[in-house]
Design a protein around this ligand. Structure first.
Ligand SMILES: Cc1cc2nc3c(=O)[nH]c(=O)nc-3n(C[C@H](O)[C@H](O)[C@H](O)COP(=O)(O)O)c2cc1C
Length: 180
């Protein structure tokens, strides 16, 4: 049966909401983003999760935000620890991205043995070879729907040589930057 998409009630409204959600996801998938692993904790209490939702907030003071699904164990760990690192992956670190997204066909999901890493100034894991690793203290957090937005004030930055290029994600696939 044909449903009325313009309706604001009943079946039509439900269908509108679904269509809007799908259009939103497709639009966001067309956006090209860098790929990051947010890490926190130490020893066998380390957590990491791959995120594209990361943005600079301001430089004075240096502040960024990340959005992490409330279902992710990394979410509770960041909230409990109050510190995290954003590891901006380089173009050769696709396997690390898949591992911390829980979808590697070869590595154990979310397992730090997929990469060499060292503890940073705040004690959080910094992934070797990352284009940049930014260590942050949580200064604010807000749950929006399924995700928590964590605002982190940057306490230390570790940078790789400028020749390292970032891993990108667009249209549900990995890629790399190509200047005009
Ligand atoms: C490229 C990429 C970007 C992602 N970005 C985010 C993100 O910004 N925030 C988030 O919470 N999860 C993000 N995810 C999903 C998590 O990394 C992870 O896959 C998910 O939390 C695993 O839970 P699930 O198996 O229950 O879906 C991303 C995954 C990939 C592959």
């Amino acid at each position: 049966m044909q449903r009325d998409n313009s309706s604001t009630e009943g079946e039509g409204k439900v269908r509108d909401v679904d269509a809007l959600r799908a259009a939103f996801l497709d639009s966001m998938a067309s956006n090209s983003t860098s790929v990051h692993v947010v890490t926190t904790g130490s020893g066998d209490q380390r957590f990491g999760v791959t995120v594209s939702a990361c943005s600079s907030v301001c430089a004075d003071p240096p502040t960024l935000l990340v959005c992490i699904n409330t279902r992710s164990p990394a979410n509770a760990a960041v909230a409990a620890n109050g510190v995290f690192a954003v590891n901006l992956l380089n173009v050769a670190q696709r396997g690390i991205a898949d591992t911390f997204a829980g979808r590697s066909s070869t590595a154990k999901p979310f397992d730090f043995s997929c990469c060499t890493n060292t503890a940073g100034t705040l004690g959080v894991p910094l992934i070797d070879g990352a284009v940049a690793a930014l260590e942050c203290r949580v200064v604010a957090q807000q749950v929006i729907g399924t995700h928590t937005v964590f605002f982190g004030e940057v306490a230390a930055v570790t940078r790789a040589p400028v020749t390292h290029m970032p891993l990108l994600y667009c249209k549900r696939d990995y890629g790399q930057f190509l200047a005009f």
